[in-house]
Ligand binder design. Structure first.
Ligand SMILES: NC(=O)c1ccc[n+]([C@@H]2O[C@H](COP(=O)([O-])OP(=O)(O)OC[C@H]3O[C@@H](n4cnc5c(N)ncnc54)[C@H](O)[C@@H]3O)[C@@H](O)[C@H]2O)c1
Length: 267
């Protein structure tokens, strides 16, 4: 694997990676270790990486999130929100991990993030329909805390009908909304929208989804992404070298979103 060396400015930086056990989160943690960062991992399953610290945390549990945050010393220079549950899991669990708990953890860490630090979250091409649901998503994003967000999801069928897609729409809208507030304290916040990425999650999705549907998202580039290809994008977005990028939802999909936007069909 290529080394980031210090060209992206991570040497000696304290960073937090959720979902560090597997897939994109594990690839991100590996690159950050390679780049000389002090990596604090978070996951509900143990990690075998040589991390500076690891916190076992279930992002569905707000009390556990509050406890975990206390155990992470500041300052935190970068936060990588990579944890996620796939569409086959119970809708409210998916919403809790992919958005509600991720938002709670981020907001709780924000007060120990100095000016110049940055946050990135992994969204999905599955969240591309956020403009169609903007009024509802604005309501959800405006909820004050974990309990209020959960109550909103429990009472809105839209949130649970396609919980995975809606959780990723929420990541996109929350990122854009929060960016105006966080940048006032010098903290950038961005997200990515990956296409098909060959990880344990995608393998599980492929058990219940035709491969053609998964590969349709990779039609432009002709292959699925590796986890490392996604991790590099996350490192770039959170790098101090990207100091003017804020509120971006970056497609990392080999051109799928671009082609969809202009309705380009494959020959
Ligand atoms: N793989 C893809 O094709 C793809 C595409 C678009 C977006 N994504 C997103 O990328 C992110 C990473 O997914 P991945 O493909 O690397 O999957 P993965 O299953 O390999 O990794 C997900 C990680 O999240 C952790 N996790 C799950 N539930 C948790 C919980 N309750 N508390 C704490 N940690 C928990 C898992 O233990 C695991 O380490 C997810 O947000 C996913 O939705 C993946």
């Amino acid at each position: 694997m290529d080394s980031a060396a210090d060209s992206l400015g991570y040497a000696g930086k304290r960073v937090v990676v959720t979902g560090c056990r597997s897939g994109i989160g594990a690839a991100t943690a590996r690159l950050l270790l390679d780049a000389g960062a002090e990596v604090h991992g978070i996951d509900w399953q143990d990690s075998d990486l040589p991390l500076a610290a690891f916190t076992r945390l279930d992002l569905r549990d707000p009390a556990a999130i509050a406890e975990a945050v206390k155990a992470i010393a500041g300052p935190v220079d970068a936060l990588f929100n990579c944890a996620g549950l796939p569409p086959m899991q119970p809708p409210l669990d998916v919403l809790k991990v992919n958005f509600i708990g991720t938002r709670m953890l981020t907001e709780a860490l924000l007060d120990r993030m100095p000016a110049g630090s940055a946050i990135v979250s992994v969204g999905s091409v599955g969240g591309a329909r956020w403009p169609q649901h903007l009024p509802e998503l604005r309501e959800l994003v405006a909820t004050a805390d974990f309990a209020a967000a959960l109550a909103w999801c429990e009472t809105h069928e839209l949130a649970q009908a396609d919980a995975y897609g809606f959780s990723k729409e929420a990541i996109a809208v929350w990122t854009m909304t929060a960016s105006a507030r966080t940048i006032a304290q010098g903290v950038r916040i961005n997200c990515t929208s990956p296409g098909s990425v060959q990880t344990p999650m995608l393998a599980a999705i492929e058990q219940v989804t035709p491969s053609e549907r998964i590969d349709a998202v990779a039609a432009q580039i002709g292959r699925r992404s590796t986890a490392a290809e996604q991790a590099w994008v996350l490192l770039m977005l959170n790098s101090p070298r990207a100091s003017y990028l804020n509120g971006v939802n970056l497609p990392a999909d080999g051109g799928f979103a671009a082609a969809s936007a202009v309705a380009v069909r494959q020959a």
